[in-house]
Design a protein around this ligand. Structure first.
Ligand code: ZN
Length: 234
């Protein structure tokens, strides 16, 4: 049974990567109106922001970009912003990867809630692709953090804020499956860039360098997805 769409606007954090692409597809299936927000946080490979804009244009949604790059570079040690090997440990948190950007999701959710508030929303619906499965250990991706953040934002803005995380319990194979079931697998492969090195070369599973942790995770997820759907053309 197909449920009616929620007659409100969903604001999707759109990074240009695979997970946020699938979140956008999910939001379009579930909400009457959808808008997207991209955030330039000073990432080394800002090419993904171009992909976010392309995805927004493809689905004809209003896409807004906020730039916090200078602020984040001043306050953050992370191989996503600075030089360094993504596979090492974070210099300030040995149990986390060097790519960890402290509070990145928390900041992004605050920014996107401000954006929705500015648009005059009385009920604020946010969608983010954070995920505990296949997870790099980032603490602000965990379900309990997201639940607490929704309470915090609701109190801070004095109106209901709901944070939807359709991928929270999905692995990468299931994320491919969501795109496939929505008829968007081709767009997922062509219009997204998840690679930490910003490499755009095309692979069966999508664009990327094949070497960085994000590419390896994506490639592995695609292989598992293909085992479930062996009839699909390569
Ligand atoms: Zn890569």
């Amino acid at each position: 049974m197909k449920l009616p769409k929620i007659p409100e606007t969903a604001y999707v954090l759109l990074s240009g990567g695979q997970d946020s692409f699938v979140c956008l597809v999910w939001a379009l299936q579930n909400f009457a109106t959808v808008a997207t927000v991209g955030i330039n946080y000073g990432q080394r490979h800002s090419r993904e922001l171009d992909y976010a804009a392309k995805i927004g244009a493809h689905f004809e949604v209003l896409h807004t970009v906020y730039d916090i790059g200078n602020f984040m570079k001043a306050i953050t040690d992370s191989t996503l912003l600075n030089q360094g090997d993504h596979s090492h440990s974070h210099p300030l948190a040995a149990d986390l990867p060097a790519s960890f950007v402290p509070n990145r999701n928390g900041l992004f959710l605050t920014i996107i809630s401000n954006h929705a508030f500015r648009k005059g929303e009385q009920r604020i619906n946010l969608v983010t692709g954070t995920c505990e499965t296949d997870f790099s250990g980032y603490p602000d991706c965990r379900d309990n953090y997201i639940k607490a953040k929704a309470v915090e934002l609701s109190l801070g803005l004095d109106r209901p804020v709901t944070i939807y995380t359709p991928l929270m319990w999905k692995n990468k194979a299931q994320v491919f499956e969501m795109a496939y079931n929505a008829g968007k697998l081709k767009e997922l492969r062509e219009l997204t860039l998840t690679c930490y090195n910003g490499e755009e070369q095309m692979n069966p599973w999508g664009r990327g360098c094949r070497q960085c942790p994000a590419c390896k995770l994506r490639e592995k997820g695609f292989a598992a997805f293909r085992q479930t759907y062996p009839h699909l053309a390569p």
